[in-house]
Design a protein around this ligand. Structure first.
Ligand code: ADP
Ligand code: ZN
Ligand code: ZN
Length: 825
């Protein structure tokens, strides 16, 4: 028989640009398929988990290494996924390896636990130069013996250490302990069955006879026959359930095993099937909700994406549910994307009431085991059939089989976009591509759609369906301003509260209703400052001031984690008049008790108070049960919460949302204020909102007060057109990074100049952003703005070409990194 010589092109989980080709040992010819994981040698001593992209017979011009072994019998990544990975890598300008790292649960990437050692045979010589990080790693290894990749990542404070580790291997400095172990261990449960020796019903009689004197054993056997519905359609019987039913110990069942009457087997179980509540009927849609549902379905006849613009409290969730049911009935899966799972326990609970364990939840906070379990369930329909997968952005990477519908709730949220590391993808936009592969539909939902999304809808690229009224006919909240400047003049500001807001709060509390106070994350951070000269303690590694945390009594840097005990003397003038400035949620809490009395129950909700696993859920349920009067929080309180006793929302300072340098600042400010206002007065009666600001006449504040999304959209779109921003132009942001400031300055100038040759004035910068230095690395930005109708491929190819050239121009630039962010948010 003729044997074919096969090759595979593989994706390795590294930030390397290409596919790597390996030869297939003949005995593995029948097993290599796209999407299967294999172990391959990489570099001199390293083994990696790789994914087969293609199998072919084209003999490469260079000698190839052999595949080490195959990990999967059947593909764990589908063809559709591989194509999506290609799209992400091309569109977001990253490598397939980076997509693979983001897409696969870490348990699938076996090399991540691999241990690194110093190479005993390494001879230090002049030809081998180590850069800073390489040197640090080799030093650490000489002290600690072995390190795994995550420890290395910690030491050099980087997420991706593969490239450095690979360089060190290539230079012969380190070796890899060749220990590859499967990390994922499925959880199993014991089941009971009749022994193989009993094949016919007639045999049972004899069996029962033989058990005449063993009453308990008889009872177990009888119970088993009942539970397995032996005479009907057979069911699996769990050992624990069986023992519980007859109240027997496992030693009794063991004698039945010994007598070869019953036998035991194991099955994998899902960790996530634990819904204990009752399943409820779906709610009857209101007229406007049914109209919306019909319009969505109609629009799906001609368009694959539809925007549902429904005001807060219009009942979008109920519409989603009815729509989802139609797809589930057809046997198709629904993907429900949420901006941040941690913040949306409420919606999970709502949907669980309708779907119970038919919903699988998937996001990066889950343990690798749980993630692998959902992955396998979606891939094989074996462990458990999920009708709905609810997830944060990484859920777009699941191996769907029959995907019918994707719902992107709160589609305007920035957390759909991954910032670091690459792939810097937007899950909302990626889901449109994912749906295309399945000919599935996408419903984008929001009370405050992103400008680009609304533009796409108005242009006719997406369908557009509106719900303008709240459920139950309740009016939109009444929004009023408190003019901080005026109040100050009239001596009506008490610390951070205007008397207007204070009086309103007192009245609400008197009526036994609840309050939400919103303080924007930006600009609230408490700092220490010298009263005499204005000196503020700064981070030593980043160009930011340190933030004070009352509970730890430490100043710390939010970018690198550097901490410092608050100094007793000014670092500039030596004065000892140092005090805290700025107001965080802690300070608000303090002031509230002063003004409203200590009996008022106040709870903060911010990053500090929601660190532990269930903290967020606990705060929400305490608030729901009215154990809290006032909830004070940052961005977290604006998202998707639905309380029925909140009649007042206070925005403590709208100004720091409006005035910061970003072309999306106004859009974001409108969205934030509208969303937080929407928490007021749902269910029974109209709510109130008080916005404290120095600029009550600002057009954005006016639009918020008038609840005029369309007006905001028109004006903002006009500005975007004037100043050449999305949706009319597309943006790619390039960040040139290096530890030496002169190198960054020089390289970014050379780079920008090279880009301008072809792109002309579409190239802006280079310039330093708000924080020039982070973790001792300087960051200079170059922004490319190009016309929507221009060829994105040409622009992107040009950028990649110029980045490659930059490295050739001067050896100084070899260690310069260029971070690419397509469609930054
Ligand atoms: P949105 O997400 O659009 O802000 P929700 O879906 O949270 O609105 O709905 C607001 C409230 O109104 C929820 O408490 C929901 O249970 C209730 N609601 C919406 N539609 C209906 C309906 N058709 N029947 C009963 N309750 C409804
Ligand atoms: Zn000073
Ligand atoms: Zn820092």
């Amino acid at each position: 028989m003729e044997r074919k010589t096969l090759f595979v092109d593989t994706i390795v989980p590294l930030a390397v640009p290409n596919l790597y080709t390996y030869r297939v040992p003949y005995q593995l010819n029948d097993f290599v398929k796209p999407g299967v994981r294999i172990i391959v040698p990489f570099g001199r001593n390293k083994l990696h988990t790789a994914i087969i992209r293609t199998v072919h017979e084209n003999v490469p011009t260079y000698t190839t290494k052999l595949i080490d072994y195959i990990l999967d019998d059947t593909p764990i990544v589908t063809d559709i996924q591989l194509k999506l990975w290609d799209w992400i890598a091309t569109y977001y300008m990253c490598t397939l390896g980076e997509v693979m790292i983001a897409a696969l649960p870490s348990s699938f990437k076996l090399a991540s636990e691999t241990k690194i050692l110093l190479n005993e045979h390494f001879q230090d010589n002049e030809n081998i130069r180590l850069d800073d990080n390489e040197y640090i790693i080799s030093e650490a290894l000489s002290v600690r013996g072995t390190l795994d990749l995550s420890e290395i990542a910690e030491i050099i404070d980087r997420k991706t250490v593969y490239p450095i580790v690979k360089r060190l291997i290539d230079k012969g400095v380190i070796v890899v302990e060749e220990e590859i172990k499967a990390v994922y261990k499925p959880k199993k449960e014991k089941y009971v069955t009749l022994s193989d020796s009993i094949t016919k019903e007639e045999q049972l009689e004899a069996v029962f006879d033989s058990l005449k004197r063993a009453v308990k054993q008889q009872e177990i056997l009888l119970q088993y026959l009942q539970m397995s519905s032996f005479f009907g359609e057979k069911k699996e019987v769990k050992k624990v359930d069986l023992l519980k039913k007859v109240d027997a110990s496992s030693s009794i069942i063991k004698s039945l095993y010994d007598k070869n009457i019953l036998a035991e087997y194991e099955l994998e179980i899902g960790r996530l099937q634990n819904y204990k509540g009752e399943i409820q009927e779906v709610k009857q849609l209101t007229e406007s909700q049914s109209i919306a549902l019909n319009e969505i379905e109609e629009s799906f006849e001609t368009k694959s994406v539809c925007l549902l613009h429904g005001v807060t409290g219009s009942g979008k969730t109920e519409v989603y549910v009815e729509l989802m049911n139609k797809y589930i009935k057809k046997g198709e899966t629904v993907l429900f994307l949420l901006p941040e799972i941690a913040l949306t326990t409420q919606i999970i609970n709502r949907l669980r009431k309708y779907y119970g364990d038919r919903i699988g939840v998937y996001h990066s906070k889950f343990s690798p085991h749980e993630r692998v379990e959902i992955w396998n369930a979606v891939l094989k329909d074996k462990l458990h059939k999920y009708d709905i997968i609810l997830g944060a952005r990484s859920a777009v990477f699941l191996p769907f089989k029959k995907l019918g519908l994707i719902i992107v709730d709160e589609e305007h949220e920035t957390s759909f976009k991954q910032h670091d590391p690459a792939p810097r993808y937007n899950a909302r936009d990626t889901s449109v591509m994912l749906a295309r592969a399945f000919k599935a539909k996408v419903l984008l939902g929001s009370a405050t759609p992103g400008i680009e999304t609304m533009w796409n809808a108005r242009e006719g690229n997406f369908g557009l369906v509106e719900m303008k009224t709240r459920y139950g006919g309740i009016q939109m909240p009444e929004i009023q301003c408190a003019d901080i400047a005026k109040a100050k003049k009239k001596k009506e500001m008490f610390g951070i509260f205007s008397s207007f807001l204070l009086e309103e709060m007192k009245a609400v509390l008197k009526r036994g209703e609840q309050i939400i106070l919103f303080q924007n994350r930006r600009g609230y951070a408490p700092k220490w400052m010298c009263e005499d000269c204005g000196w503020i303690p700064m981070c030593t590694q980043c160009d930011v001031s340190l933030t004070y945390h009352k509970y730890t009594r430490l100043l710390s840097c939010h970018y690198c984690g550097y901490t410092l005990t608050p100094p007793s003397k000014c670092g500039a003038c030596g004065s000892s008049d140092i005090k805290m400035v700025g107001f965080g949620t802690e300070k608000i809490e303090e002031e509230l008790s002063i003004h409203l009395g200590s009996k008022v129950k106040i709870q903060r909700m911010d990053l500090d108070t929601t660190r532990s696993k269930h903290a967020y859920q606990n705060i929400i349920s305490d608030f729901e049960q009215r154990k809290i009067d006032i909830l004070v929080g940052t961005q977290m309180v604006t998202k998707g919460l639905d309380f029925d006793n909140v009649s007042l929302v206070g925005v403590l300072n709208a100004d720091d949302m409006l005035f910061y340098p970003d072309f999306r600042a106004f859009e974001r400010a409108y969205q934030l204020m509208t969303q937080v206002s929407g928490r007021s007065g749902r269910k029974k009666k109209r709510g109130n909102v008080i916005v404290q600001t120095h600029t009550p006449d600002h057009w954005i504040i006016q639009k918020v007060m008038q609840n005029d999304y369309d007006g905001m959209y028109e004006q903002e779109l006009y500005e975007r057109k004037n100043y050449q921003y999305p949706p009319f132009f597309r943006i790619i942001r390039l960040t040139v990074r290096h530890r030496d400031k002169p190198v960054v300055d020089e390289a970014s100038n050379v780079f920008a100049k090279a880009l301008k040759e072809k792109l002309g004035n579409r190239v802006l910068g280079p310039e330093y952003g708000a924080i020039p230095r982070i973790k001792n690395v300087y960051n200079k930005q170059i922004t490319i703005k190009y016309e929507r109708k221009a060829s994105a491929k040409q622009v992107k190819d040009h950028i990649l070409e110029k980045i490659a050239e930059l490295r050739q121009i001067n050896s100084k630039y070899k260690s310069v990194r260029v971070k690419i962010d397509v469609d930054p948010m």
